[in-house]
Design a binder for this molecule. Sequence first.
Ligand SMILES: Nc1ncnc2c1ncn2[C@@H]1O[C@H](COP(=O)(O)OP(=O)(O)OP(=O)(O)O)[C@@H](O)[C@H]1O
Length: 332
Amino acid sequence: MTDLAALQARAMAKSAPEADEGLIVCDNLVRVYRTEGVEVQALQGLDLTVDQGELLAVVGASGSGKSTLLGILSGLDLPTAGRARVARHDLLAMKRRERLDYRRRTVGFVWQQTGRNLLPYLTALENVTLPMGYARVPRAGRAVRAMELLDLLGVADCRNRRPGELSGGQQQRVAIAVAGANTPQVLFADEPTGELDTASGEEVFAALRRTNAELGVTVLIVTHDPAVSEQVRRTVRIRDGRTATEVLRPGAGGAGSEPGGAEEYAVLDRAGRLQLPREYTERYGLHRRVRLTAEPDHVGVWADRGAGQEAASAADGPAGQDGQDGQDGDEG
Ligand SMILES: Nc1ncnc2c1ncn2[C@@H]1O[C@H](COP(=O)(O)OP(=O)(O)OP(=O)(O)O)[C@@H](O)[C@H]1O
């Protein structure tokens, strides 16, 4: 094999999907908006992997890129660069027809504004059966499936009412039924409890949980609501258009379960890059480069000696002693 062929083969092997790749994979995702000559980098190399069957929350300050990510994953928007795959669909390469099909069958969405989810002149039942028509579900089975969904989500009694005759929480639960009508693989929810009081928010979150647990739908919720983000097993925090940290709560998950033992993790991308939280880099004076030490069971991350001494004298803290400002990574 020539050198060039060997390089190409290596590049192909690198870009080929791995066997154990998740249901959602974002690799170095970039989205730049250009308006009137001004560029905004909404996503700046975001990495995210979500496994089939997960229920996770995505959090982050306003403007961090959450809605941009959701727009891309739901097939409404196109990234500028990077890689995004959902259920084997390459979101950058999809043609118009595949994109339409993807949006009708593979994914479902629930938006914050209740009015955006439901058609006001249709009843709850009609709203749920409507998308089944787009996906050519046989007419005979539509109403039965819709009733099953409304029943599962606790709004069967609302079937003959129009959205204007429902509370905000009931509207959102009907919206989840609409999103689940064509048995999608993933359901995206953007601030689904944002406009609701605490009790209604809890009911809507319980409905999303049920959709995940009983229908096996992978659920990704963008939220500012701690009642949601602190009750799921995995919360991904986005900062400045990148995945910053993840919090895992092994104890959380089932209805009524106690979330316990929350642990914060840094995200390691597919190229092995690690982004340290800003509070660590500031606390230990980590700038420009760090020294790594391979320990038997972890990797040590140390400030560069020269830079460390400057930081140590500036910080005058215990971590700066002997220029050995350090922090231990938790990679094994
Ligand atoms: N259509 C657009 N044109 C130009 N800039 C945009 C557009 N949409 C979003 N942005 C910018 O991209 C950045 C990320 O916005 P995005 O809406 O994704 O953030 P967010 O985390 O969802 O915020 P919020 O929590 O307030 O909804 C922001 O700086 C925003 O101003």
